[in-house]
Design a protein around this ligand. Structure first.
Ligand code: FAD
Length: 255
């Protein structure tokens, strides 16, 4: 397998509750803030629900996501408010949908204003690029499926407008749409995220207890850098596939 047996990732875990909270905030708060969802936004929403249904690892199963997707699939437009009501009623019908309390674990900030949802959203999309690649190993088709879905979500729904603008510019600059295989999608997102980390290092939004680093830290992955400090992308890929795979998920509700 591509997973390294001896990889040491203590202190850099993927938490189920972070993934679930990001999903929940996105579909129950962020999307409903949009007055009317139609045209490009509606196509984006359909693609997003499709990817979530296929690849999000809800602990109690994805029937909740599948039901939502199938209702939205039949619509040409929807108000954010109606979307929210649909989510609420399916959630009630299929309760419990989420496996734990609404709290951040790996994405918990040292103060309320730090981290949380944006951290969860990055985490969720890394997890999706990795598991898409693992499950579609030999498939050359739709290599950018997750990245294009993320691009659409960020551009059309992400509440931080500046972030969205930066991300869309970066996708064009770093040739996201030229990617031809799923492993390169994983590495593209990793590299893009590091570019954002570099830009935000020392910024007011940085949690002083969780500094922006060029990820992964050398202590977590000593083999990810050559001696001259440049990346060993082959080992970075193995590290990411180990951390973000379904089998890497940690179900604890504290660090
Ligand atoms: P985050 O950067 O949110 O990272 C979350 C977790 O991912 C980390 O704890 C780490 O475990 C892991 N990780 C870190 N780097 C990588 C990597 N390279 N590859 C894989 N995993 C990694 N904020 C702004 O102020 N300006 C912006 O322009 C901006 N753009 C954003 C664009 C997007 C698409 C998103 C989702 C968020 C953006 N944000 C922006 C928010 C910002 O990037 C952080 O999410 C936020 O500051 C919280 O940071 P954090 O320390 O929790 O770590």
């Amino acid at each position: 397998t591509e997973q390294l047996e001896n990889i040491e990732i203590s202190g850099d875990y993927l938490y189920q509750l972070d993934l679930e909270n990001a999903l929940k905030y996105s579909i129950s708060h962020e999307i409903p803030l949009h007055k009317i969802i139609k045209d490009k936004k509606m196509d984006t929403l359909k693609k997003y629900l499709n990817v979530l249904t296929e690849y999000f690892p809800l602990r109690y199963g994805n029937i909740f996501l599948e039901t939502t997707r199938d209702i939205i699939k039949k619509r040409n437009n929807i108000s954010g408010e109606e979307f929210s009501q649909i989510i609420k009623s399916i959630e009630e019908e299929m309760s419990p949908v989420y496996s734990g309390p609404s709290k951040w674990i790996g994405c918990k900030g040292s103060k309320e204003r730090y981290r949380g949802y944006p951290c969860g959203l990055w985490t969720m999309f890394h997890m999706l690029t990795v598991n898409f690649a693992i499950l579609n190993k030999n498939a050359e088709h739709e290599p950018r499926k997750i990245l294009e879905t993320m691009h659409g979500y960020i551009e059309n729904f992400f509440g931080c407008a500046d972030c969205a603008q930066h991300f869309v510019q970066m996708a064009a600059k770093n040739k996201m749409f030229d990617i031809t295989n799923a492993n390169d999608s994983i590495l593209w997102l990793w590299s893009a995220h590091n570019e954002v980390n570099a830009r935000l290092s020392g910024d007011d939004t940085e949690d002083p207890k969780h500094k922006k680093i060029q990820y992964p830290a050398a202590e977590h992955c000593p083999n990810c850098r050559y001696e001259n400090g440049t990346w060993n992308e082959e080992n970075v890929l193995v590290y990411l596939k180990t951390k973000y795979s379904y089998t890497g998920i940690n179900y604890h509700d504290s660090v």
